[in-house]
Design a protein around this ligand. Structure first.
Ligand code: B12
Ligand code: SF4
Ligand code: SF4
Length: 366
């Protein structure tokens, strides 16, 4: 435990907020480490099998809800959020995104993944923040996280005033919607906890209704196995055939529940250039991306979170979207491109290519 008696924690927190702002964070909070109230929900979610094949969600047991067991000595958690709408995003951006989903031939990458991998951006900047704290205090016990470890990030964020939990399960803020990332620093400093905000979903259910696959099975309960984000990013192996038509042209992640949320008219653009949308990943046609070689894929996704899914899942996702495009409209170019991949070296890709070609005969989807 750090020598807390000689530190003015309230003054330190003011400095931390200032430094965090300079590093591109939008807001800082402080949470305690008693998350016992969240444990039943986590256990119920796992017991229902909602995590699908994300074994890492079950692997650490209740450590996920117990910061002081994950990092012994942790007394407080500094929570941080960072807005990620790419700079230059116009107001009314939701309409732009919804229009993309109406163009079956366009490849839609979800907004959070169009720029640099946020894991890298947030982790580096949280470490810089921790270094500045150490510069003031001397060495102290800490560890930084963003998405990468057994940490209940939305729970920590909502306890510490970074937003309330929306019915879509994400953290949501009155002045920032939900288009922000979360990160934390577990510290051995007894910092004063910040207050939670009140929830403002009210009777709204727009996100539940907008979800193309009905993955939000009840408010605050997400069956990841149905979520397009899970199916296109986390899930390895074949995508369940009954869900393929519902994926439409989404090739990496999904934003629909957030596009429907009225609070996202207050979403803020990023201050950092890191999240600027890469032209190669935004507004491109499915056929353009399908024509990439593996070397092209690696080049265009360097430093991007997309690289993590690898060439095989990338092609699988594109094949599904091409099949969905074919169902909407006959296209000799798409049929030809798919036929050329019938003997792909990968059995998973081959199976999805056959499925895609078979969509020609299907009646128009409603
Ligand atoms: C696993 C995961 C996923 C999974 C599952 C999502 C989920 N809701 O669980 C998948 C792959 C589907 C996913 C998708 C996305 N994700 Co994600 N994901 C995570 C991760 C790694 C863990 C989330 C988690 O703990 N889930 C476990 C369940 C138990 O938690 P929960 O849903 O919050 O459940 C609580 C309650 O709702 C309740 N509950 C839930 N189910 C049930 C069931 C019963 C019966 C009961 C009683 C209670 C109950 O209890 C729980 C505890 O309080 C976090 C990072 C982290 N380490 O926290 C990022 C994170 C949540 N994801 C993030 C993002 C950006 C996304 C996407 C928007 C990406 C995209 N555009 O495609 C989508 C959004 C989908 C959605 N609506 O959630 C951000 C969210 C930022 C924010 N503003 O909140 C995070 C925080 C990453 C980050 N560092 O920024 N994600
Ligand atoms: S990300 Fe898409 S599929 Fe997943 S819950 Fe939200 S709307 Fe549904
Ligand atoms: S769409 Fe409505 S219910 Fe869903 S998170 Fe936003 S305000 Fe809450």
């Amino acid at each position: 435990m750090h020598q807390s008696k000689v530190v003015d924690h309230a003054a330190l927190l003011d400095d931390i907020r200032q430094w965090a702002h300079e590093l591109g964070f939008s807001q800082i909070g402080v949470s305690g480490v008693d998350l016992r109230e969240a444990e039943p929900g986590l256990l119920a979610w796992l017991a229902a099998g909602f995590h699908g094949s994300m074994d890492y969600m079950a692997a650490h047991g209740l450590k996920r809800a117990r910061p002081a067991e994950l990092v012994p000595g942790t007394v407080s958690v500094i929570t941080a959020r960072m807005d990620y709408l790419p700079r230059g995003t116009p107001s009314g951006w939701q309409a732009v995104e919804l229009a993309r989903l109406q163009r079956p031939g366009e490849a839609v990458v979800s907004i959070y993944a169009r720029g640099r991998d946020y894991h890298k951006v947030l982790r580096q900047r949280l470490q810089k923040l921790a270094d500045r704290i150490a510069g003031r205090l001397g060495p102290f016990g800490h560890r930084v996280f963003t998405d990468s470890a057994p940490v209940l990030e939305v729970e920590l964020a909502s306890r510490s005033g970074l937003g309330w939990r929306g019915k879509h399960t994400l953290a949501l803020h009155r002045e920032a919607g939900s288009m922000f990332f979360l990160g934390e620093i577990y510290v051995d400093l007894a910092l004063p906890a910040s207050a939670a905000t009140t929830a403002h979903c009210g009777s709204c259910t727009a996100c539940l209704q907008a979800c193309p696959t009905q993955a939000i099975v009840a408010p605050y309960r997400l069956d990841a196995r149905r979520c397009i984000s899970y199916l296109t990013i986390e899930h390895d192996g074949p995508i369940p055939p009954e869900l393929r038509p519902l994926i439409g042209n989404r090739i990496y992640g999904c934003d629909d529940c957030q596009l429907a949320c009225p609070w996202n008219k207050y979403a803020q653009v990023a201050t950092l250039p890191d999240f600027d949308a890469r032209p190669a990943l935004t507004g491109r046609s499915l056929l353009e991306l399908w024509a990439w070689s593996e070397a092209d894929f690696l080049r265009h996704t360097e430093g991007s979170a997309i690289r993590r899914i690898g060439w095989r899942r990338w092609r699988r996702n594109l094949a599904v979207a091409l099949g969905n495009a074919l169902r909407h409209e006959p296209s000799a170019a798409i049929v030809q491109a798919l036929q050329a991949a019938r003997d792909d070296a990968d059995a998973l890709v081959r199976e999805h290519v056959e499925w895609a070609l078979a969509q020609r005969a299907q009646p128009q989807a409603s």
